[in-house]
Design a protein around this ligand. Structure first.
Ligand code: FAD
Length: 449
């Protein structure tokens, strides 16, 4: 069946069987279906051809970047076609005077940032997976990251897109100008759409000057997670926006330190780690220290290198080494920063009432909590309890004015939570947009909305 497609493609390779296997799952626990095949796309024209071919035969299409997603969004569908953009990895144009770059979707985030760095610029979004995640995948999930607190999430860095629509037509959204209000903001519509509205084949991204000044990194311990949450709320209520402000609870600090010692306190209930890059960094850090002390922070340390951030960067590998995906269920709830203490308190209560180990790491300034809930994934009854805890964390986040996913997306794993995040009217509008752009429902069906 795929031979007819292969004949149409000019710059792409079609994989089936064992060759296709590395492209069928993402980094989540979602089980992939038996795909028809995988297109390693080499050009936007070929993506358009493959999507039009799938459209004609009503075959589901799963767009794919690097497969680092944590919500099952890039996991293959039974009888479906995976379209991987990882080979479309050209930085087409760097335009320092416009603070823009035009890139193909398969460019790795760190590679784009490094290329911008040659011009004294940076590409701000920096998910912890930036060494492998692609620009296309991070746009499709609207990824966040450590320095997104100061510089905004992926959506804030996207100026224009080229997208292959469900019927194979090429759509251009946005413009390369800094300002543009012609028509609806279709660029934003595709950001975070998780491959359900189109396949991104080119992006015009905004670059920022690399911040000047002294780089000061800090760490401070707290007697409770809620006290650390209060300190975060106090920082966000002040005029200071750190470049990075992350929270690591004591459970996670213990896991990180036994994975690779980095000097994190394992005795503290929580540690905040962060960074300020500013000509007045030392003065700002002094002000932060006073806010932390007022919130019962202790053992404050500051450094002019990145050493104090190493532990935070090791959090995911340390959890993975402890069986992430085997013995943990992940949550990604987000709340307004002022409500962080309440969510952290609730997580502690759930930990005690459900007899679970819960590891918490948070993009704290953004109010985005990654709570990993322990569960024996071989034991369905135990998984049920763990999933209930993940749901209760999400429900509490919604009650506090937040949402069920801050950056990983709904994918296939969080669809049961969607009704809490979107009311009936909102879901209806979502469905109408989906029907307008993909009436046959071939684009990543069963994911996202
Ligand atoms: C160690 C680790 C750390 C992480 N840290 C963070 C973090 O700090 N912040 C964060 O936000 N996420 C994080 N993630 C999750 C993940 O890296 C992000 O969701 C990332 O944006 C996925 O990019 P990808 O290229 O791997 O996309 P994939 O996983 O391949 O795909 C993700 C989604 O995007 C869609 N998609 C991919 N490419 C396209 C395209 N060209 N057009 C349309 N749709 C497309 C897919 O269908 C899927 O729904 C982390 C993951 C890991 C494993």
């Amino acid at each position: 069946m795929l031979t007819s497609l292969e004949r149409l493609l000019r710059a792409s390779t079609v994989l089936t069987g064992v060759q296709a296997a590395p492209y069928l799952r993402d980094a989540s626990s979602a089980e992939p279906g038996m795909a028809l095949g995988v297109v390693l796309a080499g050009s936007a024209a070929d993506v358009a051809t493959a999507v039009a071919w799938a459209h004609a035969q009503r075959i589901p299409v799963v767009p794919r970047g690097a497969g680092t997603g944590l919500s099952g969004g890039a996991s293959a569908l039974p009888g479906g076609l995976v379209i991987s953009t990882e080979r479309m990895d050209r930085i087409i144009e760097l335009r320092p005077a416009d603070r823009l770059a035009v890139v193909e979707p398969g460019v790795v985030v760190d590679d784009l940032d490094a290329a911008a760095g040659q011009e004294g610029l940076m590409y701000a979004p920096d998910p912890a997976s930036s060494a492998t995640a692609t620009v296309g995948g991070t746009i499709a999930t609207n990824a966040g990251g450590l320095r997104c607190l100061r510089h905004g999430v992926t959506a804030d860095s996207i100026s224009a897109l080229q997208v292959v629509l469900a019927d194979g037509r090429l759509l251009r959204t946005g413009a390369a100008s800094r300002k543009n209000v012609a028509g609806y903001d279709l660029t934003r519509l595709f950001v975070g759409s998780e491959g359900t509205l189109g396949v991104i084949t080119e992006a015009t991204v905004r670059l920022l000057p690399i911040p000047e000044g002294e780089r000061v990194t800090f760490q401070v311990a707290f007697p409770t997670t809620a006290a650390a949450g209060k300190a975060v709320a106090a920082v966000m209520a002040s005029p200071i926006t750190p470049d990075i402000l992350e929270l690591i609870d004591g459970t996670t600090a213990g896991i990180i330190e036994s994975y690779s010692p980095s000097g994190l306190s394992t005795a503290a209930a929580a540690t905040l780690v962060g960074q300020i890059v500013d000509p007045h960094a030392r003065r700002l850090i002094d002000r932060l220290q006073r806010l932390f002390t007022d919130a019962d922070g202790y053992d404050f340390r500051a450094s002019s290198d990145d050493a104090l951030l190493v532990g935070r960067r090791n959090a995911f590998p340390a959890l993975a080494a402890r069986g992430m995906g085997v013995s943990w269920l992940a949550s990604d709830a987000a709340v307004p920063p002022s409500r962080l203490p309440e969510l952290l308190d609730e997580i502690k209560l759930l930990e005690a009432s459900h007899k679970r180990l819960i590891s918490v790491v948070a993009h704290a300034g953004d109010g985005n909590i990654h709570a990993a809930v322990s569960a024996d994934l071989q034991n369905p009854a135990d998984v049920e309890v763990g999933e209930r805890v993940v749901e209760l964390i999400a429900a509490q986040a919604v009650r506090l004015g937040g949402t069920v996913t801050g950056e990983h997306g709904i994918g296939s794993l969080k669809r049961h939570l969607l009704t809490w995040a979107l009311d009936d009217t909102s879901r209806d509008v979502h469905q109408k947009i989906k029907e307008a752009l993909d009436p046959l429902g071939i684009l990543n069906p069963g994911r996202g909305i």
